[in-house]
Write a protein of this length. Structure first.
Ligand code: ADP
Ligand code: ASP
Ligand code: MG
Length: 473
């Protein structure tokens, strides 16, 4: 069945579209947003990211804040948004008011010399708070028959308040969003709704971010809350590829992934999708379509079941650089009751995410991000000095994950993966298999990771694509 025919069939009231920074940050991308809204037969809900580079710029600003630089930075932010807008944003009072809020927050940080995690989250959220003005101008200019409504996460997306990596509370958010929508639908027959991604608010009303690329997660949550038939995530690539195309140019598109496969891939660092983006859609069985904004017929469908082609057990390979292995040695090892819990508690209490675990009788190893570990190492050492004999760190490690349903139940996969890696003289250190039936992951030295990934890719990937089958909700 043609993709366009399928989409026409499953559309209900709301169409959720997520547009990332590459799309909102270019004139060509903005034009496509207007076209997609124009072609919509339903109520389009656009969940949007800051223009490309804006979150990085805001990060740079908070890290190098000084009174003299603030006016230059603020001017640069205004100019970048104005360049993209078909109308003069310098005449838009609401936009200028928002910019002024940002300016005041920046001076506040500068004078107090205090930068809490909460303030950092607030500053970084301005990329998304400001981009909606550009989107609204583009829609006003090109889509005259629709009324434009912005719904801010402040008014409906409730989080658990975790700074920098918050989770959305779907239950608490649902009635708030539905109320907002009801209000709009009450007085407008042909609306388009725009929602800034990347953040929500804690119950105390503090802005909290979902982590980099968090708009994918916002969009999935909105799809869940509105019980939409599907979610479209527009990208500058033709869907989920067998590997990051920047690392292996021969990467091929994967037409279908199961929720399980996509969750494992994003957990293990596939940069195309936020690591939590699959969860809210999965909860309601909503298919996620990853489509190329310039070539919409090319896509990946993420849903409950995915077709498995004979001989193509590994569908995609991801890698994560900047990792470290934190090794705790204890001669009494496994016999010491509760040691594992105490180690994990200490690491987690420092805000470090444990990506993977390997244990033996004398050593417990945690795979973590080096940048999260380094500033907290001393604290961990102090907290657990009485329960371990020694701590060692292996830095400059990279993780490789191979993902595919049935990977664990197919004989010979590990043999083939490690054969490919060793054919390039690359040493494998920490291995984890079996925790998930869908993923096999291990670590290598960071310098060797590209070689290893290339070797696995050539050993497993075939170019002919399976027939596309969409199961729907
Ligand atoms: P946006 O910010 O517009 O949402 P991103 O730049 O975050 O989009 O994600 C798209 C990029 O992710 C692609 O341009 C590609 O370089 C990169 N990428 C990394 N891994 C993959 C993969 N497995 N498949 C497709 N793209 C990938
Ligand atoms: N603007 C944020 C980022 O750059 C969120 C997103 O793009 O989804 O990470
Ligand atoms: Mg992104």
């Amino acid at each position: 069945m043609e993709v366009s025919i399928f989409i026409a069939q499953i559309m209900e009231n709301f169409e959720i579209h997520k547009f990332g920074g590459t799309t909102t940050g270019s004139l060509q991308g903005l034009k496509r947003i207007a076209e997609i809204v124009e072609q919509s037969q339903n109520i389009p809900v656009l969940v949007v990211s800051a223009i490309a580079g804006m979150t990085d710029l805001l990060t740079e600003i908070v890290e190098n804040i000084s009174e003299e630089l603030i006016p230059h930075y603020v001017e640069a932010i205004i100019a970048k948004h104005n360049e993209l807008s078909p109308r003069n944003l310098k005449l838009n009072k609401q936009f200028l008011k928002k910019v002024d809020q940002l300016r005041r927050v920046l001076y506040g940080i500068c004078y107090t010399q205090e930068l809490s995690g909460t303030l950092r989250d607030l500053v970084l959220s301005f990329g998304e708070q400001l981009v909606v003005f550009v989107i609204a101008d583009v829609l006003e200019e090109h889509v005259t028959e629709r009324s434009i409504h912005i719904i801010y996460p402040e008014d409906m997306l409730v989080t658990n308040g975790d700074v920098g990596r918050a989770l959305i509370d779907l239950e608490k958010s649902a009635p708030r969003l539905q109320e907002k929508i009801k209000h709009i639908l009450h007085s407008h027959t042909n609306p388009v709704i725009v929602i800034p991604g990347f953040y929500g608010v804690s119950e105390e009303g503090k802005i909290t971010l979902f982590g980099r690329s968090g708009t994918d997660y916002s969009a999935s949550a909105i799809a869940n809350l509105l019980d939409s038939s599907f979610l479209t995530i527009w990208k500058d690539v033709s869907g989920f590829m067998s590997v990051d195309p920047r690392i292996v140019p021969e990467a091929i598109r994967i037409p279908e992934l199961s929720y399980e496969e996509a969750s494992e891939l994003s957990h293990f660092g596939a940069k195309i999708l936020h690591h939590r983006a699959v969860l809210p859609a999965r909860e309601k069985g909503i298919p996620i379509l990853i489509r190329n904004i310039q070539n919409p017929e090319k896509m990946t469908i993420i849903q409950k079941q995915a077709t498995i082609r004979a001989g193509q057990i590994i569908k995609s390979i991801t890698l994560m650089k900047g990792m470290a292995i934190l090794k705790f040695y204890n001669t009494s090892g496994g016999s010491e009751k509760g040691i594992f819990f105490q180690l994990a508690k200490s690491v987690a209490s420092c805000g470090i995410e444990i990506i993977s675990i390997a244990t033996s009788q004398t050593c417990i190893s945690f795979l973590v991000r080096k940048a999260e570990l380094e500033p907290n190492l001393k604290t961990i050492e102090t907290q657990i000095k009485n329960i371990v004999d020694d701590i060692q760190i292996k830095s400059d490690v990279a993780l490789i994950a191979c993902v595919g349903e049935q990977l664990a139940s197919t004989p010979g996969i590990a043999y083939k993966v490690f054969g490919a890696v060793s054919s390039r003289d690359v040493n494998v250190e920490m291995i984890s298999a079996g925790a998930s039936s869908t993923a096999l992951h291990f670590t290598v030295n960071e310098d060797d990771v590209e070689q290893a990934v290339n070797a696995i890719h050539s050993a497993f990937m075939k170019t002919n694509e399976p027939f596309l089958k969409i199961h729907g909700k």
